[in-house]
Unconditional design. Structure first.
Length: 97
C-alpha cells in the first residue's frame, strides 16, 4: 500500500483510508468460511447458477479433495470446467475408498 501524497511522512491516516485499496466481497449473506470458498469455487468454474451446490460441497467434502479437483481443472483446457470438476471429484472420492 502506498502513502497518500497529501499527507507528510509520519502523520496518521484514518482507518477508512487504509482500507480504500482493498476489494471486499460485500455479500452480506456470506458469514462462514465454507460459504466464501464455495462461492469462489463457483465463480472460478464459471458455474454461478449452481453456487449452492459448491457451498454444500465446501461444507461437507474434505477440502483436500476439492483442492485437488480444482487444481486439475485449472490446468486443463475444458469447455465445461464445472463438469470436469465434478468428474474429477467423483474420481478422487472413489479412489479414497
Amino acid at each position: 500500500m502506498t502513502r497518500s501524497a497529501s499527507k507528510p511522512a509520519g502523520s496518521f491516516q484514518s482507518l477508512k483510508s487504509l482500507f480504500d485499496d482493498y476489494q471486499v466481497n460485500k455479500n452480506k449473506y456470506v458469514t462462514k468460511e465454507y460459504q466464501d470458498y464455495g462461492l469462489r469455487l463457483a465463480y472460478e468454474l464459471d458455474d454461478v447458477a449452481h453456487k449452492s451446490l459448491y457451498i454444500k460441497l465446501a461444507k461437507e467434502e474434505r477440502r483436500s479433495l476439492l483442492e485437488q479437483a480444482r487444481s486439475y481443472v485449472a490446468d486443463a483446457k475444458a469447455q465445461s470446467k464445472a463438469r470436469l470438476f465434478m468428474w474429477k471429484l467423483k474420481q478422487l472420492k472413489s479412489d479414497k475408498r
